[in-house]
Design a protein around this ligand. Sequence first.
Ligand SMILES: Nc1ncnc2c1ncn2[C@@H]1O[C@H](COP(=O)(O)OP(=O)(O)OP(=O)(O)O)[C@@H](O)[C@H]1O
Ligand SMILES: [Mg+2]
Length: 208
Amino acid sequence: MRGKFITLEGIDGAGKSTHLDWLAQFLARRGIKVKVTREPGGTALGEKLRELMLHGNVRLHPETEALLMFAARREHLEKVIVPALENGAWVLCDRFTDATYAYQSGGSGVAWDKIAVLEQWVQHELQPDLTVLFDVSPEVGRQRGKRGKTADRFEREEKAYFRRVRQAYLRRAKEYPDRVHVIDANSSVSTVQKRLEDIFTSYCSITS
Ligand SMILES: Nc1ncnc2c1ncn2[C@@H]1O[C@H](COP(=O)(O)OP(=O)(O)OP(=O)(O)O)[C@@H](O)[C@H]1O
Ligand SMILES: [Mg+2]
C-alpha cells in the first residue's frame, strides 16, 4: 500500500524539528515504516541549495529562490519522496511547498500565482496527504530560535517579515482546510504533543 505524505510547517522556531522526531517515533511504534526528510534538503542538490540559501553570503532575488526551491523539489520528489511512498513508507517532510508560498511569496513578495504555476508544473496533482502547521507568533519563534545557534539568513529577517510569512501560512491553511491542521504552538511542548497525538491517532485509525 502507498504510504502517506506528511509535511510539517511553521515559521522558524515553531517546533517542527522537535515534533518531527516525536512523530517519527510515534508512527514507528505503530509499525509504520517512516522516511524522514526536509526542505531545502533531502537530496545532494537540495542540501547544497540549503547551504547556499541559509548560510551563503550571496543574496538571491526572491524569484531565483523560488525557482531553485522547485528545481530541488523536482529532484526530491523523483529520488526520495515518491519512491518511499511507493515502498509503503510514510514520508515526514520538514517543510515543503507551503513554505515556498509562506517565505518566498508572503515574506519576500514573489507573486502568489507564480508560485502556483511552479507548484502545478512540478507537482501536478501531488499534494501532501496531511500537513501540520505549527502556528506561533514571530516573537515566540524568535525567542526559541535564538537558543544555542547562529541565525541563518531567514532568521535574521525583521519581525514584520515573519508576520507576513505566518499570514501566508494561515492563508494556505484556509485554502486547504481538510489537509492542513493548525496547532497553536505557543503553548508547551507537551500540550502541542498532545494535539499532535490526537490528530495522528485519528488519522492512523481512518487510514489503516
Ligand atoms: N512548544 C514549545 N515550547 C517551548 N519550547 C519549544 C516548543 N517547541 C519547541 N521548542 C524549543 O524551541 C526551539 C526551536 O524548536 P525547533 O528547532 O523544533 O523549531 P523549528 O520549527 O524546527 O525551527 P527552524 O525552522 O529554525 O528549524 C528548540 O530549542 C525547542 O526545544
Ligand atoms: Mg527545524
